[in-house]
Design a protein around this ligand. Structure first.
Ligand SMILES: C[S@@+](CC[C@H](N)C(=O)[O-])C[C@H]1O[C@@H](n2cnc3c(N)ncnc32)[C@H](O)[C@@H]1O
Length: 261
């Protein structure tokens, strides 16, 4: 965005571009399973529909009204597994990502009968959309991968800029979760929320990590404060969950924040 200084990224963007490019050069299954480790490309889109239904749609539905006449944006659309579900629900869907395999995702979504979407290339911290042009935004398993809090902050400001007044965003980001991660332990989750300010005294921690591992933990209180300062109203918070075959709901790696402009 004009006027914003570029943010140094220590290379996570290059890393994602290289590895996603490599997966695309291997096979269709390697590419479409790279983003969420599903068994094959088909399973990845089924899981994408599931993630949209559980983690995204119920939150946006509280605020957005009839999606059939609204636009939605995904930050970090990856292989398009969630964007496919969003395109079916909304009048129009945009996806922004830093990888260079837009054409692979576009062809896949078209082969699934979708045409109301547009994929956009991003610089890794800004959204190439007009001010006040989008009704709803979501981001899932992306903001935990950015290396710098400055990038996370930039995306929050960008969400505020591109949302129409009254529009909503459900944003997931990495959380500090040494006791509850991938476990069905509500007590541990509650304890972590209490201890976050002690273990994340700055409000966040930037973590050295390999590509597609967690690079950033952000304290829920810090995220809420920053969102309020950006101008958002906070409508709710949540945590990502995984359902496993024995019926347990395991705590995932992300906090979620539901925001309204
Ligand atoms: C684990 S994948 C998740 C993709 C998709 N959200 C999903 O759930 O299938 C992470 C995605 O985030 C993208 N990404 C990483 N850093 C980004 C950044 N700074 N801005 C936009 N996208 C980014 C990667 O290219 C990758 O496609």
């Amino acid at each position: 965005m004009a006027g914003n200084k570029p943010i140094e990224t220590r290379g996570h963007i290059t890393g994602f571009r290289e590895e996603i490019g490599r997966a695309a050069g291997t096979s269709r299954d390697s590419f479409f399973t790279w983003f969420d480790s599903a068994g094959d490309a088909e399973a990845s889109f089924i899981r994408g529909q599931w993630d949209f239904t559980i983690h995204i749609a119920p939150h946006l539905a509280r605020v957005v009204g009839n999606p059939e006449c609204k636009t939605v944006l995904e930050i970090g659309y990856g292989g398009g597994r969630i964007l496919a579900a969003a395109s079916r629900a909304f009048a129009g869907a945009f996806g922004v990502d830093i990888h260079n395999r837009q054409e692979v995702v576009e062809a896949e979504l078209k082969s699934r009968g979708l045409s109301n979407f547009k994929l956009l290339g991003g610089d890794g911290s800004h959204v190439p959309c007009e001010d006040a042009s989008i009704d709803a935004i979501y981001s899932f398993i992306v903001l935990q991968h950015v290396e710098r809090i400055a990038i996370w902050q930039s995306y929050l400001r960008e969400c505020y800029r591109v949302l129409r007044p009254g529009g909503a965003a459900i944003l997931y980001f990495g959380r500090w979760a040494p006791l509850s991660l991938n476990r069905a332990r509500p007590w541990a989750y509650r304890l972590e929320l209490l201890l976050e300010s002690f273990f994340l005294p700055a409000g966040y921690r930037e973590l050295p990590a390999v590509v597609n591992d967690t690079n950033l933990h952000v304290r829920l209180g810090y995220a809420k404060k920053y969102a309020r300062e950006t101008g958002f109203r906070i409508l709710g918070t949540t945590v990502s969950r995984k359902r496993v075959p024995d019926g347990l709901r395991l705590f995932g790696s992300q906090h979620g924040l539901l925001l309204q402009k």
